[in-house]
Design a protein. Structure first.
Length: 234
């Protein structure tokens, strides 16, 4: 079975610039994980936290390029630390709602072009968007949804949500599609879906031909509305 994770299909949808600079505010489990992953990929990562021990630990564990202790609710402290000069700032202090909102507002007003903020509730999500967060993540909610989908739709290998109503999905080709061509299935007219890629010999063929034969157990990638994706015989 071929996985998009190993082939980097979804990663290629995102920017691969090696010149980007990141800052992570908040060194809890989520913030440390984000910082460590970015640092391992070779990005310049500046981490800050109000807890001196967490800052020292981040440097000791080499999860960051630089780390500073500061109060992120103070714009002057953020400016002095160079936070406003970063390309992307991740506000990872979701469990402290007031600090999270003030910090997100400070970072946006400081001119950072891309701000990602962690939320801890639906109301928190709305508040973060109100103060200018470009992208809000709600890890507990997303993990719950992912688990539910994996239990009810085990044929779905990976999913990237484009918006609340549309997704790109990697799925295992079901037995009903085995030996049939993309043209035979008429996925666009029958399901409202477009095929982006089909696996073959350990690689993905992008924009496959309409006469491409499908084989059960291999993978394909489709894009469309969530209600259409859910109608697939998976």
């Amino acid at each position: 079975m071929v996985s998009l994770s190993s082939l980097g299909f979804f990663q290629s949808l995102r920017s691969d610039s090696k010149n980007k600079q990141f800052a992570v505010i908040g060194l809890g489990r989520f913030g440390r994980a984000v910082a460590a992953s970015l640092h391992r990929q070779g990005y310049d990562v500046l981490c800050v936290d109000s807890d001196e021990e967490k800052v020292a630990q981040a440097l000791s564990d080499r999860v960051a390029t630089h780390a500073r202790q500061l109060d992120s609710t103070q714009p002057a402290a953020l400016r002095e630390a160079g936070i406003f000069e970063q390309d992307t700032v991740i506000v990872a202090i979701g469990n402290y709602v007031q600090e999270s909102i003030i910090t997100t507002l400070n970072v946006k007003e400081g001119g950072v072009p891309h701000v990602v903020a962690k939320a801890s509730s639906e109301i928190h999500v709305k508040l973060l968007r109100k103060v200018g967060a470009d992208h809000v993540v709600f890890p507990e909610h997303e993990m719950g949804c992912t688990l539910a989908r994996s239990l009810t739709k085990p044929g779905f290998l990976e999913r990237i949500e484009l918006d609340p109503e549309h997704s790109i999905v990697e799925l295992i080709i079901p037995e009903q599609f085995d030996g049939r061509t993309i043209r035979d299935l008429r996925l666009r007219s029958n399901y409202g879906l477009n095929v982006l890629a089909v696996s073959q010999d350990g690689k993905f063929e992008i924009n496959p031909r309409p006469d491409r034969l499908l084989q059960k157990g291999t993978a394909m990638v489709v894009i469309g509305a969530n209600n259409c994706i859910d109608r697939l015989p998976i």
